[in-house]
Design a protein around this ligand. Sequence first.
Ligand SMILES: *Cc1c(COP(=O)(O)O)cnc(C)c1O
Length: 430
Amino acid sequence: MIKKKNRSQKLFEDAKKHIPGGVNSPVRAFKAVGGTPVFFHSAKGAYIYDEDGRRFIDFVLSWGPMILGHGNPIVLDAIRTQLERATTFGAPTALEINLAEYICGLLPGIDMIRMVNSGTEATMSAVRLARGFTGRDKIIKFEGCYHGHSDSLLVKAGSGALTLGIPSSPGVPKCIANQTITLTYNDINQVQQVMEQIGSEVAAIIVEPVVGNMNCVPPIRGFLSALRECCSSTGALLIFDEVMTGFRINPIGAIGEYGIQPDIICLGKVIGGGLPVGAFGGSRKIMEQIAPVGPIYQAGTLAGNPVAMASGLATLKLISEPNFFKPVSTLTTRLVKGIVDRARDAKVPMTSNHVGTMWGIFFSHEREITNYKQVMRCDTKRFAKFFHGMLAEGIYLAPASFEAGFMSSAHSVQDIEFTLDAAERVLNKL
Ligand SMILES: *Cc1c(COP(=O)(O)O)cnc(C)c1O
């Protein structure tokens, strides 16, 4: 054991003086796994380097955005070019049209989008739009899904909220939380029954088509189509929160993967290519309810920021090349199957899920993980040990068992083999 404090440990102490908990987003604090968060300094491709110069293979990828790996030269060029021109006007630019056109061109049924600065803003605005459009107040969400931290949606949420055991937060007024009904993800009967009873009061059902905020949990067959039917028959809107899955599970996200059409889509993460961007979109009829065309207010000083637009557009163009997804998805399968095989050899109960370039492993006896209850029964202590073992081997995983893993096109077969060798050593010591 090294006794001397490393730079991350020193920085964490400094950070806590002026930043609550030393972090600007709770899950970064390593509460779920213990120890000190790693402070990073630079990154290239699949690798990130900490303040002590240690190299890690990155499977967090900034929680999803860096699907091309870090510092992709084409994306960097696009950012650099725009940086020299201007960083922001708070006024329209051609770049915004380019990204909007590009996204609408890729996503069937999405005629218009509005840019915002984060996923939280996208889902918050989508909920307002759904309420304004339908004239109804109630929202249905699913336990373990995380849709950002706005009042209506921070009810039985996933991700950092789950990790800290505060899925519903103080400070959210009861009268707002009461309008949010939380159901069980992948329980088709339940949502059908509830919608039969109160469907006419429901503005929207919001769902992560593949949940990435209680580890990685795909929809069972028929779940998303049942949501679509429930909404269509009651006049509620179906909101796909694709902030994580968009352009990640498939070249066009859940619409492509499952063939189900939402009324409103929320995007973020990948569409900014590493800069802060979110977006929400839908049909012209719905989107034209937004100000200044319609009465539903929504705005943003830095929304459609030109540097972020340039980064997002360059990223989307690269990942929509015909042969982009297959190799990254294949690598994801190889990684996940490889870890599960090694767990079996080490007699560590484990199961896994993966869709496209999103993946998750579960320290669990279950054969298949499809819902929140099963995720909550996973062995988090064992995960914490695994996490720290892998960290010591130079592998950076999400520091909580309720988070999904990601893959980028910058990861090589050698990186995966290196990771699997490390996993074998670590699993054998659990
Ligand atoms: C990350 C995430 C959000 C929130 O996005 P932020 O940019 O962190 O505000 C919302 N929904 C889903 C599904 C996410 O994964």
